[in-house]
Write a protein that binds this ligand. Sequence first.
Ligand code: NAP
Length: 286
Amino acid sequence: MGARLIDGKALAQRIRERIAKDVVELHAKTGVRPGLAAILVGDDPASHLYVKNKQKACDAVGIYVDEHKLPASTSQADLLSLIDQKNADPKIHGILVQLPLPKHIDSKVVLDAVSPQKDADGFHPYNFGRLVEGNPIFEACTPKGVIKMIESTGVLIEGKRAVVLGRSNIVGKPVALMLLHRHATVTICHSKTRDLPAVCREAEILVVAIGRAKFVTADMVREGALVIDVGVNRLADGTFVGDVDFDSVSQKAGWISPVPGGVGPMTIAMLLDNTLESAKRFAGVL
Ligand code: NAP
C-alpha cells in the first residue's frame, strides 16, 4: 500500500477523549450535563444496533441519554408530541430520531419538527440553509466527520480541486458545501455525470458517497489524491466494504480512509460533539 491511512477509528477515539474532558468541565462550571434524546420507532434490528452503539458512546463520555423505544404502531401524532416534549425539555440538548421510520410516518414532517436548536444530526432545513450561507449551527455528523478526517492529515483544503461523488442531502451536498467554504474548487458528481472517471481523476481530494461496493477503482483516481470513502456496503458473505476499491486505490492515492474503521466511527463522534456544543450554547459558554 502506497497511501497513508486516515484512521477514523483512532481519530474518533481522540475526539471522544477530548469530549469526555469537556463534559466534566462544562458540568463543573455551569451544572449543565449534555443530554441526548434518542427516539427509535419499530423493530428494525440494524436501527436498534445503531441506537445501542450511540448510547454506549454517550455513556462513555458522560452524555446523558434519554431513550425512547416506541412500537412500530406508534402514530405520527404521538411521535410529534414526544418531539415537542423533548424540544421543551431543558435536560435535552440534542434530539436523535433514528431512521428509517415506519412507512405510515412521514420522516420529513418528523425531522422538521425537531427544534433547529436541538438538531444534533444536522438534518433540519434551517441548519442546512445556514450551512449554505456558510454560517452553520449544527453540521450534519457524517459530513462534519469527513472534514475532520481530511484536516487530520494536514493536507490543506484551500485551493484544492475537490470532487464529491454523490449528491444526497445527508452526505454529498453538505460535504461539498463544507469543502467550498474551506476554499476548495468543488465538483459534485451523480448518476447522470458524463465521463465520471475523467472528472474523478481531476480530484486532489475525492470524497465518495454513493452506496456501490468498490465502485471507484485506481484508474479513476489521481496519483497522490486524498480519498475519503463514506460508503458502507454489505456483501453476500456478510462483510462490509466501502465504495472505493481499497486494494487498488491504496496503491495510487496519497491518503485513503478504510471501511470499516473510517467515516463510521467519526459519524458517532460528531454526534457526541454536536450534543456537547449544543449544551455549551444552552449554558451560554459557546
Ligand atoms: P443516497 O442517498 O442513496 O445517494 C447516493 C448518491 O450517489 C446519489 O446522489 C446518486 O446519484 C449517486 N450515485 C449512485 N450510483 C451512482 C453511480 N453509479 N455513479 C455516480 N453516482 C451515483 O446515499 P447516501 O445516503 O448519501 O449514502 C451513500 C453511502 O454512504 C451509502 O453506502 C451509505 O451507507 C453510506 N453512509 C455512511 C455513513 C457513515 O456514517 N459511515 C453515513 C451516511 C451514509 P443520483 O442523485 O443521480 O441518484
